[in-house]
Design a protein around this ligand. Structure first.
Ligand code: UDP
Length: 311
């Protein structure tokens, strides 16, 4: 049996990845310090012989006795509210945490997969974004703690690939949504859905003309799994190119939840990107991957999650 370490395995994306790898027959070691991850996301895996949870902060030395065949580094606060609350932890997990995870992959002779982000493109001057776009990031702005940590993480990952020959992969994840997002994580979809379900005002930042492209979690997980099995060592965008304004997102959520909520406008956060849309030609060509889930269908499942007792 092949065994994978998933750092950040109790988080939104990490826990879905644990599920997928268990289903594919891998052993999974899930590591999380639980600052933004939740034990309830992996509670259903507890007791399985091929699953193990270790509460550990990956910015500290990682000591594992078992054979590890792949290291998937997904630990990091990832919503703007979280990384503004944990700026130093965010920088540390992207830098020291990635270094530790790569060091472990090196001694274990394991494959390495880094969860990177569309935030490496910053407030992009081209739309859609291709992997060869270098980005437009403010290093000292409030979002810089996440953007620069991930940019460093990509740089050190490729340095380990070039210097030590590690089979390293980098996924640049665009806005993703679905069950197991936290109600209070501060992102647009959890905020709007929970505001709408409670008939509270929907807080659109700025005039709502900024755009995002939202991909459903199952599509992302499929792409990550294909990337893990591929020979690619270059970064790959994974996201849904269907782009919409944040105002349109708010209106869609009000209509799907049949909410009485009205829209109110709040200040746009500093350095909030004006547009974001993945060019997924590389993933299509190299991984034979494309998103399948229609936005309204994914949104309905996400609304059901937020309505359920589990969320
Ligand atoms: N946003 C908003 N209202 C909210 C939360 C977010 O208008 O209550 C906006 C935010 O300013 C950004 C977009 O929605 O333009 C997506 O924000 P999110 O936090 O989901 O992720 P980001 O793409 O900025 O990392």
């Amino acid at each position: 049996m092949l065994t994978c370490l998933i750092t950040g395995g109790a988080g939104f994306i990490g826990s879905h990845l644990c599920d997928r790898l268990i289903r594919e027959g891998y052993g999974v070691v899930c590591m999380d310090n639980l600052i933004t991850g939740k034990v309830s996301n992996i509670a259903h895996l507890k007791g399985k012989t091929n699953f193990k949870f270790i509460e550990h902060d990956v910015t500290k030395y990682i000591d594992l006795d078992e054979k590890i065949d792949c290291v998937l580094h997904f630990a990091s606060p990832a919503s703007p509210v979280d990384y503004l609350k944990f700026p130093i932890q965010t920088l540390k997990v992207g830098s020291l945490g990635t270094h530790n995870a790569l060091g472990l992959a090196k001694v274990k002779n394991a494959k390495f997969l880094l969860a990177s982000t569309s935030e490496v493109y910053g407030d992009p001057l081209v739309n859609p974004q291709r992997e060869d776009y270098w980005g437009n990031v403010n290093p000292i702005g409030p979002r810089g703690v996440y953007d620069e940590a991930k940019r460093f993480a990509e740089a050190i990952t490729l340095a380990y690939h070039r210097t030590h020959g590690i089979d390293a992969k980098i996924v640049r994840i665009f806005n993703t949504y679905g069950p197991r997002m936290r109600k209070e994580d501060g992102r647009a979809i959890p905020n709007f859905v929970n505001q709408a379900l409670n008939d509270k005002p929907i807080t659109v930042f700025g005039d709502g003309s900024q755009t995002r492209s939202f991909g459903y979690i199952s599509d992302l997980i499929e792409g990550i799994y294909k990337l893990l099995l591929s020979n690619l060592n270059e970064p790959v965008n994974l996201g849904n190119p269907q782009e919409m304004s944040i105002l349109k997102l708010a209106e869609t959520i009000i209509s799907l939840t049949k909410s009485q909520s009205r829209i109110i406008y709040k200040n746009l956060p500093t350095d909030d990107p004006k547009v974001r849309r993945p060019d997924i030609s590389r993933a299509k060509k190299e991984l034979n991957w494309r998103p399948e889930v229609i936005f309204e269908e994914g949104l309905k499942k996400t609304i059901a999650w937020f309505e359920s007792a589990e969320s």
